[in-house]
Design a protein around this ligand. Sequence first.
Ligand SMILES: O=C(O)C1=N[C@H](C(=O)O)C[C@H](O)C1
Length: 287
Amino acid sequence: MQITGVWLPIITPFKDNKLDYQSYKRLIDHYSDKGISGFIPLGTTGECPTLSDFEFEDMIEKTMEYNNRRLPVYVGVGGNCTAQVIKKVKIAEYYDIKGILSVCPYYNRPGQEGIYGHFKSIAEETPLDIVMYNIPYRTGVNMENETIYKLSEIKNIVGLKDCCGNIKQTAELLMNPPEDFSILTGEDLLFFLTLTMGGHGGILSSSHLKTEMFVEVYNKIKENDLESALKIWKPLYDFIPLLFKEPNPAPVKYCLEELSLIDSDEVRLPLTQISDQLKEKLDCILL
Ligand SMILES: O=C(O)C1=N[C@H](C(=O)O)C[C@H](O)C1
């Protein structure tokens, strides 16, 4: 089954440096009826690098409890030590999740054979669906299309979150998509383009805001109504860059606090809250 539509890489709300469960429940309830296809906790936007092992599991547990089977859930489980990733996947498996979103190993910069071995080993150890996440500008390594094709032959490697940063590589993959494999963009500004070239959806931090508009863009494109889709897309295209002007998810968290969806816009170091200049700009679009 293909993974389609708008997926929310949901933020992790903090208050006084602790997980803020009340805000998290509020968020899950808020987004559940906005037309998104599912939740992805513990992604980059979920500030996964700053969560303890206890918080990692706690977040999965709370997501499943608050969501109460309303929407499918993929959990961010990645790392640069294959064995450690497998251990964490085993913890995630305990919950009724659909699958995992797993980033390419970062920092130790494996070659293509190593990237292949990493994902193949994870896939062999779990029945969960795996969506791979290629984001060379964060990880330091690019997963080449050849490697993606090879990995897509593994039954439970079901998709890719594409942030390769090279439109030629993205286009080549979309023009010759692997069979039974979903290609979702994680480049918020490329959502429209990806869909019109046959992509299946997006995992978009910016869809925390104006969520229904992102969903409408997806629906209109799937209905082949490009003109209406573009009309909805244009204002989104203008506001998305503001959300990435300073490190994600700090701008998104600021907006969510302004909208009273979370109690605090706290982020954990090394991320910091946004500047007053950006606050002013965001206030204008929130009006
Ligand atoms: O958390 C995610 O998944 C996303 N990560 C990207 C990033 O932070 O660079 C952005 C995308 O919107 C979602």
